[in-house]
Design a binder for this molecule. Structure first.
Ligand code: SF4
Length: 222
């Protein structure tokens, strides 16, 4: 089983060890590892949303968190959310994808057509590009590391349209599988906010005292 300090074979991905998190006090994680057959890679936007999503999937799948979050601005906020995540889930396997905030954020700004879509409301054209960017990244990483499934925490947010996100996820799954030798990774299509999903995320994150941001992530949402 892969652990926090294992390295992935493909260039650009790496685990961040617990060096950063160990500077912080670490409450016991609520993540339990079991012998599960399916491995799922979950794109994580923040610890609060992961708390809710992982509680829904942890009994069924072996979960690895995927952290890229090129959308987050400024860098200190990126660091703050990552540290909060590691503090709340110290034993959670995580892939930190290419930690170079400035380079990643610049790439993200270009992909989401930030100049053209700067004044789009949350949920508009810029956000659709943002979802696509993030789902593409997690899908590519899942493929390169032989995961069965990829997913995103995004749909747990009451501000995010699950139908649009799931449509994009399935499109990306089709694109990846078209050139694949096998039938994975599949996209885990879900609306995690259903059945009080967001309320439960709030409850768990409150118990774990996870930092809660007051804006989605990018400079256009501040
Ligand atoms: S508001 Fe949120 S979802 Fe929309 S572009 Fe910014 S970070 Fe992405």
């Amino acid at each position: 089983m892969l652990r926090m300090f294992d390295l992935w074979s493909c260039e650009g991905w790496s685990f961040r060890g617990r060096g950063t998190a160990s500077k912080l006090s670490s409450p016991a994680s609520n993540i339990k590892y079991m012998n599960k057959n399916k491995k799922i890679l979950i794109d994580v936007c923040c610890g609060v949303c992961f708390a809710g999503v992982s509680s829904q999937l942890k009994n069924e799948y072996e979960i690895t968190a995927y952290w890229h979050n090129a959308n987050i601005f400024p860098e200190k906020e990126y660091e703050k959310r990552l540290l909060a995540f590691q503090k709340a889930f110290p034993d959670q396997k995580i892939i930190i994808d290419n930690y170079n905030w400035q380079k990643n954020h610049d790439g993200w700004l270009g992909f989401v057509k930030s100049e053209e879509y700067a004044n789009e409301p949350e949920g508009g054209k810029r956000c659709l590009k943002c979802y696509e960017y993030r789902l593409n990244r997690v899908a590519k990483c899942a493929k390169e590391n032989n995961f069965d499934l990829f997913a995103s925490t995004l749909t747990i947010s009451p501000h995010k349209n699950a139908d649009k996100i799931n449509k994009l996820g399935l499109k990306i799954e089709n694109e990846i599988l078209r050139s694949a030798q096998d039938d994975k990774p599949k996209f885990y299509s879900a609306n995690f906010k259903k059945k009080d999903g967001f309320k439960i995320a709030n409850k768990i994150s409150g118990e774990l005292n996870i930092y809660r941001q007051n804006y989605c992530g990018c400079e256009f949402s501040m």
